[in-house]
Design a protein around this ligand. Structure first.
Ligand SMILES: Cc1ncc(COP(=O)(O)OP(=O)(O)O)c(N)n1
Ligand SMILES: Cc1ncsc1CCOP(=O)(O)O
Ligand SMILES: [Mg+2]
Length: 539
């Protein structure tokens, strides 16, 4: 077996001699998630799972020597910072990150403000003012609710009710320290809350997250909460550190912030679920180290570790019934050509396809309406399921079989009107966060892409690969009798189709592999359709 080069993260945090938290948690997490972890120890602590006896800071000279020796040898994609023991270390870190950002503009720093609040300042007695130089430079911060209150200077908030409002706290931290992503762990949660709710307030575009050329989105912020059942276990020591190092690991692997957050929470849930639940009858409750489980977890129970997404969209459509199904009666959806004209529709409909999409981008609304009317009439002669891309009002008005809607248009589309009209809905997704959110809306199918680079649409930063395709396929709840069919799209040609079909995906959507089959493979579009269908049948 060959070992692929792994992304490198650095963790700059304290050593916990009991092995649960700090550097030990970071190394175990990085190992489980397939990243290499360089560790720079800020302090050697004397502690067990019950008490902390001392924090023994390492000098900044030694830390600097380690950084200097490692930087050319093992440059990090992400630096995770945990325990910072004194003011010298704050200044050293702030300077180091500033220098590194000049030579590595894509470097991401994740700060988990260990013990600044929850243990009553026992790990470090740094004030907020003393921490400010570091706070002003980090990209991501992962406080718990108590730490967030300190960071947001909660005592200065006008209304007491705001002190527990994670959105207020996160916005305040964002404004005061210009930190791109604020994840408040367990926000809104009370001891009797049956759910662990983690909240994220996040500015798009700063972490090469979305496309930089979209000026409108440049300073757009999004916020959402990930909820999952609270898991009480004796083995949670170091869970917070492990969450932050999981986040660092997934970011180092190139995941977008929201996907890294979703995956990190699933990784933590998986670890908590693997260990013994707390029993009320036991007097002395052993407090063990968080269990980093192998990742990705195989098996049918994988979906259960992924949280539910709560955001404006999911809130708005919470009560909406499922969209009409594709009525496949056990058949698989198969090849899904996406074409842009009546010419292609007339050419492909006689081939007996189960589904086809009209994706027109360059016509006026009036011209488009005429094309849609003609397309609906044509498709009805063949019993092929005709989806209209983007134009949901026209699709409803003219009785198309369904409409396909992308992420950009989802918030503005009237999903209630689409559901009530009875036409089917397909939704584009690009990663596990969007997939889970869209799945909660119970559409007729879910698309995931782009699987491979494509010249048909700008998908910069959103290439999924086969691993992510497999990952989202495993996120459909196993217990559902009816699973939402999944369509893979983007850069799929005849050569790649074999591997795509092997993932078990129900359908593959293609544009150029059919419309440009002559140029690329010297075969007719009809022959390309037949070749794809053969691959799908064999798969
Ligand atoms: C089957 C299928 N999947 C994805 C898309 C892309 O939709 P969207 O993200 O809205 O992008 P545009 O196609 O509108 O450019 C699709 N059309 N079909
Ligand atoms: C519309 C769309 N959405 C995601 S990728 C893509 C383009 C697919 O085209 P092709 O099959 O030519 O790569
Ligand atoms: Mg669209």
């Amino acid at each position: 077996m060959t070992i692929k080069p792994k992304p490198i993260i650095w963790t700059i945090s304290g050593s916990d001699c009991s092995g649960g938290a700090g550097i030990a948690a970071d190394i175990k997490t990085g190992h489980a998630l397939g990243v290499e972890v360089c560790h720079l120890i800020t302090a050697n602590t004397v502690q067990n799972s019950q008490q902390l006896l001392s924090v023994n800071a390492v000098s900044v000279e030694i830390l600097q020597q380690q950084a200097t020796l490692l930087i050319d040898d093992k440059p990090p994609s992400v630096i995770k910072i945990g325990l910072v023991a004194n003011v010298e270390q704050v200044h050293w870190l702030a300077k180091l990150l500033k220098q590194f950002k000049v030579i590595m503009p894509n470097l991401i720093s994740v700060y988990d403000p260990v013990g600044q609040a929850s243990v009553g300042g026992s790990f470090s007695c740094l004030s907020l003012e003393q921490l400010t130089p570091l706070l002003m430079i980090v990209d991501v911060i992962t406080p718990n609710l108590m730490e967030a209150k300190i960071l947001a200077r909660v005592d200065k908030l006008a209304k007491l009710a705001e002190a527990n409002d994670v959105e207020v706290l996160a916005k305040k931290i964002y404004q005061d320290f210009a930190i791109n992503s604020i994840i408040i762990k367990g926000g809104h949660s009370h001891a009797d809350d049956k759910h662990a709710r983690d909240y994220c307030y996040h500015q798009l575009n700063q972490l090469s997250d979305e496309k930089q050329d979209n000026q409108e989105k440049l300073h757009q912020t999004i916020s959402y909460q990930l909820n999952s059942p609270r898991l009480a276990t004796h083995y949670s020591h170091g869970g917070g550190c492990s969450f932050a190092s999981a986040l660092a690991s997934f970011l180092a692997q190139g995941y977008l912030m929201r996907d890294a957050f979703m995956l990190s929470k699933a990784f933590i849930n998986q670890g908590l679920a693997a260990t013994v639940p707390v029993s009320a009858s036991q007097k002395h409750q052993y407090y063990g180290a968080f269990e980093q489980q192998a990742w990705p977890l195989n098996g049918s129970d994988r979906a259960q570790h992924f949280a539910e997404v709560v955001d404006d969209l999911s809130g708005q459509y919470q009560e909406l019934p499922a969209f009409s199904s594709l009525d496949l009666n056990g058949e698989i959806l198969g090849l899904y050509p996406v074409i842009d004209s009546l010419y292609w529709l007339k050419r492909l409909l006689p081939l007996g396809l189960k589904i086809i999409q009209l994706r027109v981008k360059n016509l006026t609304e009036n011209e488009l309406e005429q094309v849609i009317i003609a397309a609906v009439a044509l498709a009805k002669n063949y019993g092929t399921r005709l989806f209209i891309n983007d134009y949901w009002q026209l699709a409803i008005k003219h009785g198309a079989y369904g409409v396909h809607i992308g992420q950009e248009d989802l918030a503005d589309a009237d999903l209630v009107a689409i559901q009530r009209s009875g036409i089917r809905l397909g939704i584009s997704t690009h990663g596990c966060y969007e997939f889970i959110l869209a799945q909660q809306l119970q559409p007729s199918y879910l698309a995931i892409g782009a699987i491979f680079p494509t010249k048909t649409k700008d998908m910069t930063g959103q290439i999924q690969g086969l691993d992510n395709l497999r990952q989202v396929l495993s996120l459909r709840p196993a217990e559902n009798a009816w699973q939402i069919p999944v369509v893979a799209i983007g850069g799929i040609n005849l050569e790649r189709a074999i591997d795509v079909v092997a993932t078990g995906v129900e359908s593959i959507a293609v544009v150029t592999a059919i419309t440009e089959a002559e140029q690329s493979h010297g075969i007719t579009p009809e022959q390309a359709v037949a070749a794809f269908e053969q691959i799908i049948v064999k798969g």
